[in-house]
Write a protein that binds this ligand. Sequence first.
Ligand SMILES: [Fe+2]
Length: 592
Amino acid sequence: MNVLGLNAFHGDASAALFADGQLVAAIEEERLNRIKHWAGFPNLAAAACLNGTDRNEIEHVAISRNPFAHLGRKVLYAAARPASWQRSLSRVANLAQVARLSADRPGTILSELKRARVHKVEHHRAHLASAFFASPFEEAAVVSIDGFGDYSSVQWGVGRGNRIDLLGSVLFPHSLGILYTAFTQFLGFPKYGDEYKMMGLAAYGVPRFAPQIRQIVRTEAGNTRLDLNYFTHHSQGVKMTWDGCEPTSGNVFSRKMLEVFGDPRAPRTEITARHADVAASVQAVLEENYFALLNHVYHRTGQKALCLAGGVALNCAANGKIFEQTPFRDIYIQPAASDAGTSIGAALSVWHERLNRPRSFVMRHAYYGPEYSDREIHAELETAGVAYRRLSEAELVDTTAAQIAAGKVVGWFQGRMEFGPRALGNRSILADPRRNDMKDLLNSRIKHREHFRPFCPSILAEAVSDFFETSYPSPFMVTAYRIKGDRLRDIPAVTHADGTGRLQTVDREFNPLYWKLIRRFGDITGVPVLLNTSFNENEPIVQTPAQALDCFLRTRMDVLAIGPYMLLKSENPPGGRASARAGLQSREVAAL
Ligand SMILES: [Fe+2]
């Protein structure tokens, strides 16, 4: 039996296909339409997941939104605030779009799924399901925490077998995610999903504003309360605008914020110590509230294992302290803990909770996206007219590791694309973590990121305890652990200002080629660690061989290892025939 999960008309729209309870394919719409964080209907993603599957064999479609969730509360809230009705119209229109999604919805792939029954799954229910039902635990506490979705910002409970019992929630307008977003905007990072920038900046500051921020938010007995005088999301709504290929959220902080914290930083202006101190203060207070919630959940559930999902659960700095700050002994955070993962969660919720099927799936890796055969890659290289050579797997591993050890920047395009926001060794740019100058070099040549944002390490799973103070597996780059003092000088390019690294522990079983590459690099250098950043310039992560080639040719990347083929920039200089074609491809992609 096939279940198609969809995250539709919400940030990071995505699709995921399950066959008899096993995840077959999953991809975000942004990787296909090339618009970051796309929030429309995931038509292309659904079509990619269904590639090769008979449309008549899709019996269930699970959508991770339920406009009727908390309907009574929504109506009461709106009725008490008639002045905000006009501003609520766009939100109502969005809810109506979701409500109208049915098996015969024209203009969407749903109209082709003649036998499918469409289910609506509340947003946080989908987050919870994505966290627990994808985990290896038979029993666990489970927490979903984000800005908002279907009128909640937190839901938590206990997962047992194929059931999740809900024990608590935090409802609109109170939200730790909104607190974090408001200060992210205040610090001049207005784009949807910019919260990780403030998290990176926090490591450079002193939390001297924490007392003032504690006046704005409090979490007690599992309940978070905001001082709404500092916010506008409850009175003016959150309006999303599109700037080229990137969405921007309207500000959710009020004038009161300026009275207490001074002028907000304008985007792209200088970052001062005060800005870093504000970021550090917000991060500190977020962590206090996060751990207050998690400790409450622990004491109410008595569970030793914890599953997390939702945008706030992507705060790797906080996640890295869970073992210190709570009694939980096991953690699972799946690779698409963001809203993209709700397509998986909605499908799993329908499979287990509505169809009463037993557990049989664990999401142990993220490689559920499209892949390309050697023949397809070869055809692309020929069409582009680039110079390349074909290597055996051993030659590819040896040569790539040697190039990285020699200071080269390598594009690494292999196998199935990752699902979720992180590149985990299949669509990655790789570099030497031992070099002090590698961060600046990568930024000047390719990534053009703010100086305060760290690059992250991929490390052999068996070597973690040699480099990090915590050795619990972190396969999806969603936790930051403290790097051992005597190792700091070995991997400076992946060490953040606070001495932590947001690591990916690489297990031979789940990505043998990447594991071999890191091991070979370790053989050469004595450091089984690679700097791993996503394969893109300023765009969604590359998905196709053509996009990878385009990115390689237009940036100052030294080497491209794509399938069994290797390309060197020295043999494909800027301005060559292939580069001219890459420029054309680039324009075609942008016009999609
Ligand atoms: Fe969410």
